[in-house]
Design a protein around this ligand. Structure first.
Ligand code: AP5
Ligand code: ZN
Length: 217
């Protein structure tokens, strides 16, 4: 089963993708994580992507599609993938359809995370992540059991993202509405769209998603 998670920055796509991975044995593929890794290791794509990401704009379709294509080829995706943050443009959605059909597969569900933009600034400015295992946390909404220590791996190195500031969030939200929101009707017309109320609490959203995914697998 292959899933697409659609939604603005801070909607909870990454948080829920990690929970779905554990629940259904799917593999989370986040183009944001792949791009941050490319920036950190200083590859050619990373060098081109860095300033674009810091400005909160979308990285070019060519770079993102190539990164995702290589990742799909690298892994055994037979168990299914959760695409988190891809596709973000119609060109990417069409490329994904081709990549999937090459593998003899398709997208079983595209899930739109419905939220109020205003709340996303709070979500994003309170976010931090464990450098050891990638688990995400929030200053108010998801606090580790022992302050400063990761629940999952016991690590103490917590990181905040360079693009998680109020100014960049505004550009990221604009990019979402202009370029990504049209994909809601793209998937609706293909009969695979589902919507979740992503303003609810993390566990409530997880329950709604579990029901949708259980029907799709
Ligand atoms: P990317 O890394 O994909 O970031 P994003 O889409 O902006 O999404 P986020 O990771 O910010 O949010 P999320 O929905 O995963 O929220 P999270 O679960 O962390 O992309 C970054 C950049 O890379 C882009 O701007 C672009 O430049 C580039 N890029 C990436 N993919 C691209 C593509 N395909 N094409 C072109 N460019 C691309 O949750 C946020 C916080 O809220 C956390 O702290 C969490 O604990 C908390 N939280 C989660 N759910 C809830 C809830 N229900 N209630 C309360 N708090 C919650
Ligand atoms: Zn950890």
């Amino acid at each position: 089963t292959n899933l697409v998670l659609l939604g603005p920055p801070g909607a909870g796509k990454g948080t829920q993708a990690r929970m779905l991975e554990e629940q259904f044995g799917l593999m989370q593929l986040s183009t944001g994580d792949m791009l941050r890794a490319a920036v950190a290791t200083g590859t050619e794509s990373g060098r081109q992507a860095k300033a674009v990401m810091e400005a909160g704009d979308l990285v070019s379709d060519g770079i993102v599609i190539a990164i995702l294509r290589d990742r799909l080829a690298e892994h055994d995706c037979a168990g299914g993938v959760i695409l988190d943050g891809f596709p973000r443009t119609t060109v990417q959605a069409e490329a994904l359809d081709w990549l999937m059909s090459d593998m003899g597969q398709g997208i079983r569900a595209a899930i739109s995370f419905e939220v109020d933009d205003a709340a996303m600034v709070t979500r994003i400015s309170g976010r931090y992540t464990c450098a050891g295992c990638g688990e995400g946390y929030h200053d108010t909404f998801k606090i580790p059991a022992i302050a400063g220590i990761c629940d999952k791996c016991g690590g103490t190195d917590m990181k905040r993202r360079a693009d998680d500031n109020a100014e960049t969030v505004e550009s990221r939200l604009r990019a979402y509405h202009a370029q990504t929101a049209p994909l809601i009707s793209y998937y609706e017309s293909r009969g695979v769209l589902a919507r979740v109320d992503a303003m609810a609490e993390i566990e409530t959203v997880a329950k709604e998603l579990n029901a949708i995914v259980a029907k799709a697998v």
